[in-house]
Design a protein around this ligand. Sequence first.
Ligand SMILES: Cc1cc2nc3c(=O)[nH]c(=O)nc-3n(C[C@H](O)[C@H](O)[C@H](O)COP(=O)(O)OP(=O)(O)OC[C@H]3O[C@@H](n4cnc5c(N)ncnc54)[C@H](O)[C@@H]3O)c2cc1C
Length: 384
Amino acid sequence: MNLDQILQLVNQVTQTTVTEEAPRVDQEAKWPEESIRAMQRNGLAGLVVSREAGGMGQGLYALARTCETIGGVSASTALCFGMHCVGTAVIGAKATPQQQKDFLEPIAAGEHLTTLALSEPGSGSHFYFPQTQLLVEPDEQYLIRGSKTFVTNGGKADSYVVSTMGVEPDATLHEFSCVVMEKDRHGLEWGPEWKGLGMRGNSSRSLTLNDVRVPSQNLLGARGDQLWYIFQVVAPFFLTAMSGTYLGIAQAAFDNVRQHLMDRTHRHSGMSLSQLALLQHRVGTLWANIERTRRLIYHATEQADLGDPGAVLPILSAKAEVANCAVDVVNEAMTLAGGIAYRDNSRLDVLLRDARAAHVMAPTTDLLYTWLGRALLDQPILDS
Ligand SMILES: Cc1cc2nc3c(=O)[nH]c(=O)nc-3n(C[C@H](O)[C@H](O)[C@H](O)COP(=O)(O)OP(=O)(O)OC[C@H]3O[C@@H](n4cnc5c(N)ncnc54)[C@H](O)[C@@H]3O)c2cc1C
């Protein structure tokens, strides 16, 4: 299947199952089971799995486009799917033959869902400074001890990509390791159900790791190459899944308010809101904001897919820019749509609540601009 065909398929699943389930995902804070299963049935869960392992062999651009399409209908569903793809990419970056067989092939076959468990209560948005410990045990085993927060797909995935501190006794904070952990490992203790302001279907739960044992073959990549993992895999995929999702939110808000301005006519003047110059100007501004953000996201992801090292800054800035874009556009759309939009569970209400997560999901907007500045000033990016 080529990219156009894949995007058509994404659109088809989004217009049917995702659209049908979306209201319940938000109103009932329901994890999007039916939508995720539909994505799996259609082979889309293998979007970023290599063709060799049975997947679609796509990269960041396809991920951005997919999350954008789904995010325009259900942002929670897009993030649940996106976090699965990020976890998949982290597993796939340096998968051993055994990991390919145990994880990537089942993922591509739609039989296995994974996700990311990086954030911790201790280090918050600094997800690259985990304090979860990875202790080396006899018999080629690791013992994992610590706490994670906001694990999207928490309790629903078949495996969790977990970040830990470096394994060597003298490891610095930057030398984190990732392991993949199957859902039924002894010692996984889930916190309460997720109750978010927005992104209500995410099942972003906390997780305590009570001396969970995993075999050393579940280590992803080699020890010591974890900084590579952050900038080559975790950050680009994580940022792209979010960028696409929030772009979808901005576009959905725009479409909604554009339609409203064309439909609403005042009786006293007989004028449609679409005929008022001030509103025309503001709609033009909104469109330009979305379009320049879209161009940045598409350009950054295409550049990264080509392996251009210069893509790092555009990828970082894309998520910061889309966070501003989504929040600003939805906010403005809410004003333009007037009191009619300012009601419980209006489409713009849902989009506004979902968009607000953009700034606080790591790397946060403030941290991203700081990282950009550091990179441009030749300073180490990952300074605490
Ligand atoms: C809906 C949702 C889904 C999520 N899904 C996942 C997931 O799937 N996997 C996962 O691992 N995590 C996930 N997260 C967690 C997320 O990525 C962040 O780690 C989390 O939101 C950080 O929250 P905090 O309150 O600990 O932030 P804090 O770290 O306490 O930050 C609070 C504020 O301070 C600012 N700040 C902190 N340090 C600095 C600094 N040095 N300089 C400038 N400003 C700073 C931040 O930018 C932020 O604005 C999710 C979060 C949400 C809300």
